[in-house]
Design a protein around this ligand. Structure first.
Ligand SMILES: *[C@@H]1O[C@H](CO)[C@@H](O)[C@H](O)[C@H]1NC(C)=O
Ligand SMILES: *[C@@H]1O[C@H](CO)[C@@H](O)[C@H](O)[C@H]1NC(C)=O
Ligand SMILES: *[C@@H]1O[C@H](CO)[C@@H](O)[C@H](O)[C@H]1NC(C)=O
Length: 198
């Protein structure tokens, strides 16, 4: 796997772990498709008889980002062609989808920055986390209760902003983040000590 950069969100340890296994694992490792298609939408609070949640730690990858130029070139060369193949194939896709696909355009802004989709991912992840662990994720921020940290990149900083916005609404402006270090070997896992853009 490529090396990854993360935002770290401390939160608080719990006494058991959700053991739902990932079955269609190959869909979870794509780095160019939205995580929305595989997200866990279960918002039921997690409870185990005789246990109280105490603490939870999250290491979260940044949300969907714009592809780098080399990937974008590949997408530009191939996706319009694949679109045409789908539109002209004798298939079972509903006309609504086909109409949408006809209107679809490949639009990406500044490469490597967090996309709108990526912002939504972190925002909703925060909401779901709060729904599942209401005592661990209070809606009012305090630095005694929460610790957030992100790596030295726009996409991770923005991911942290969208995540905390999900938790605290406008109260996210009060969140204190440490200055990111360029050599964060825990959050920025590197191959042979090298930094790479992922
Ligand atoms: C792209 O985003 C980076 C990081 O936010 C910024 O430094 C750079 O100026 C942006 N480039 C363009 C062309 O907008
Ligand atoms: C994510 O953050 C950006 C920048 O603050 C904001 O424009 C966008 O609306 C946010 N998205 C969500 C879903 O919170
Ligand atoms: C980060 O690591 C590089 C290469 O090992 C080193 O040159 C640099 O001084 C380090 N920076 C900090 C802030 O520790």
């Amino acid at each position: 796997m490529q090396n990854l950069s993360f935002i770290l969100v401390y939160i608080i340890l719990f006494c058991s772990i959700d053991s739902s296994f990932i079955t269609n694992y190959e869909k979870h490792f794509g780095s160019k498709t939205p995580y929305r298609t595989v997200e866990n939408n279960n918002e039921t609070p997690i409870e185990f008889e005789g246990c109280q949640p105490k603490k939870i730690w999250y290491i979260i990858r940044h949300g969907a980002r714009s592809p780098t130029q080399d990937v974008l070139l590949n997408l530009k060369q191939n996706l319009p062609r694949i679109t045409q193949i789908i539109l002209h194939a004798n298939n079972h896709i509903s006309t609504t989808y086909l109409e949408e696909l006809k209107k679809w355009k490949l639009v990406f802004g500044n490469d490597t920055v967090l996309t709108e989709e990526g912002g939504r991912e972190l925002f909703h992840l925060a909401l779901r986390s709060q729904a599942r662990f209401p005592t661990l994720f209070p809606k009012i921020y305090s630095k005694e209760h929460y610790y957030f940290k992100y790596t030295d990149a726009e996409r991770t900083a923005s991911s942290a902003q969208n995540f905390t916005f999900g938790l605290f609404g406008n109260g996210h402006r009060n969140v204190e983040f440490p200055t990111p270090s360029p050599n964060d070997s825990i959050l920025r896992v590197s191959r042979k000590g090298e930094r790479e853009e992922v």
